[in-house]
Design a protein around this ligand. Sequence first.
Ligand SMILES: NC(=O)c1ccc[n+]([C@@H]2O[C@H](COP(=O)([O-])OP(=O)(O)OC[C@H]3O[C@@H](n4cnc5c(N)ncnc54)[C@H](O)[C@@H]3O)[C@@H](O)[C@H]2O)c1
Length: 283
Amino acid sequence: MEIKKLGVLGCGQMGSGIIQVFAQAGYEVMAVDSIQEMLDKGLKGIEKRLASRVEKGKLPPIEKDTIMGRIKTSRKMEDLADCDLIEEAVPEDLELKKKAFAQLDRICKKETILGSNTSGLSVTDMAAATKRPDRLLGIHFHNPAPVMQLLELVKTIMTSQETIDAVKQWGTTLGKTVVVAPDVGGFIVTRLFTPFLLGAVRMLEAGIATRDEIDTSMKLAVNHPMGPLEVIDFIGLDTELSIAETLYEETKDPKYAPPLLLKKMVTAGWLGRKIGKGFYEYK
Ligand SMILES: NC(=O)c1ccc[n+]([C@@H]2O[C@H](COP(=O)([O-])OP(=O)(O)OC[C@H]3O[C@@H](n4cnc5c(N)ncnc54)[C@H](O)[C@@H]3O)[C@@H](O)[C@H]2O)c1
């Protein structure tokens, strides 16, 4: 299985970072999003991040143009047909992802490997929506994708060892450290990290500490670069709520139960940094 041409479906917060990782590693990338503005915004973000590396002397200016030149965009899923591997990064909604994979399965050549960036949804359910469950797996990048070193692969009982071996090898060409996790809700990282984040919302909700007291305490006591409420703003409150709902549904463990405050903030449309307001306000 040779992995050369890459595709990304969904050019939001994660998709844009993943496209950058792929292009920086020397791969040709076809980026598809149903909304043109998201493609424009995603590309602008990549250009800005690369320009900042050029300014700091970390990237030769010519290299920035070469990287940008490897990226093509489209609003049509059909343009992903000849990719060797496609990474899906549409919103954290199982039905949406199943539909997208069923469509990709129909469109793509039979060798194409399909990966999902899901934070914690059932990869098995996504694989079952296709006729290539042996070639579908979770390929979980962490946020921000160009910075975070971990690549968490998720193997279902249907994923072939050949697929895992090929993707593991390819993952190292991106400069990432690869771990393989089983398909249980939240895999390794989200399963461990979610109770901590939800605990911070509960603490705020119960009036035990203020937003700044919680975030400052965790930054200074545990040396986290961001406090937990800042992290939820960064992830997106809608994404965090969906993760909590999935994990609670699967485990019925109260530590994953979505706090009422999180639900209310999502209903209010306060989705975090991406819309300019969450636990904090952003210009
Ligand atoms: N945000 C994080 O911190 C984070 C971290 C790790 C993993 N993830 C996971 O990555 C995935 C994407 O999250 P995000 O934060 O980038 O979401 P996002 O809402 O920022 O972006 C999703 C993008 O998908 C596009 N889209 C929706 N339906 C589509 C379709 N049918 N075809 C093509 N494009 C479509 C939207 O227009 C949007 O641009 C989710 O599964 C999420 O759980 C998120």
